[in-house]
Design a protein around this ligand. Structure first.
Ligand SMILES: [Zn+2]
Length: 214
């Protein structure tokens, strides 16, 4: 099971990645995690990437692909992986295809969790976090409550910056610009599985599994 996970900010991608990782016993690999691990392992490419990032520059594709290769060669990837945050360009997608071919690994599938932008905004805007314990609630769950159901803190609910409309819109714009070409690339190869992200966590998970043939 080799998966790429795509989804607009706020669509619940992280939660689904966790569920899939547990279900198939494959690691959820984010590019941030790979980079940190490579640096920790004192991998040569990792060190190079670190220097580049320290200068505030973007890690070039060839180094990134090298680090991904290093990560996919680890034993926990034997029966697959979920890659999150890569590829971000068509060129990177091609490089990843080449890498998988070179490593003699099978096909990759892209799971695209989609939802109407306005629906995502409505959903996120409807969330409140507790500033004491960090738990997130919907407005409906805390209606008529003046203390947190989780930690009983008083008047601790607030709208997180990440859940504010203007912040979400900006992140979505960036997401669309960077991911559309990648999506098209995989669509042209018939490797995209699209799943509606607006249901409950369980519903979306079921949809994904069904789309993958489980
Ligand atoms: Zn709380």
């Amino acid at each position: 099971m080799q998966l790429l996970l795509f989804g607009a900010p706020g669509v619940g991608k992280g939660t689904q990645a966790k569920l899939l990782s547990t279900k198939f016993n494959i690691p959820h690999i984010s590019t941030g995690e790979i980079l940190r691990q490579a640096v920790k392992d004192e991998n040569e490419l990792g060190k190079k990437a670190q220097e580049i990032m320290n200068r505030g520059d973007l890690v070039p594709d060839d180094i990134m692909i090298g680090i991904i290769k290093y990560r996919l060669n680890k034993n926990d990837c034997n029966s697959g992986f979920i890659l999150d945050g890569f590829p971000r360009t068509e060129k990177q997608a091609q490089a990843l295809d080449n890498l998988l071919h070179e490593m003699d690994r099978g096909h990759i599938k892209l799971i695209h969790i989609y939802a109407e932008e306005e629906e995502i905004i409505k959903r996120l805007n409807n969330r409140r976090a507790c500033k004491e314990c960090g738990q997130i609630f919907t407005l409906n769950e805390i209606k008529d409550k003046d203390s947190c159901p989780n930690c009983v803190a008083k008047n601790s609910f607030y709208l997180r910056d990440d859940d504010k409309e203007e912040v979400i819109r900006k992140r979505m714009e960036v997401f669309k610009e960077t991911t559309e070409p990648v999506l098209k690339y995989y669509q042209s190869k018939g490797k995209v599985v699209s799943v509606n992200g607006l249901g409950s966590v369980e519903e979306v998970n079921k949809e994904i599994l069904k789309a993958l043939g489980f």
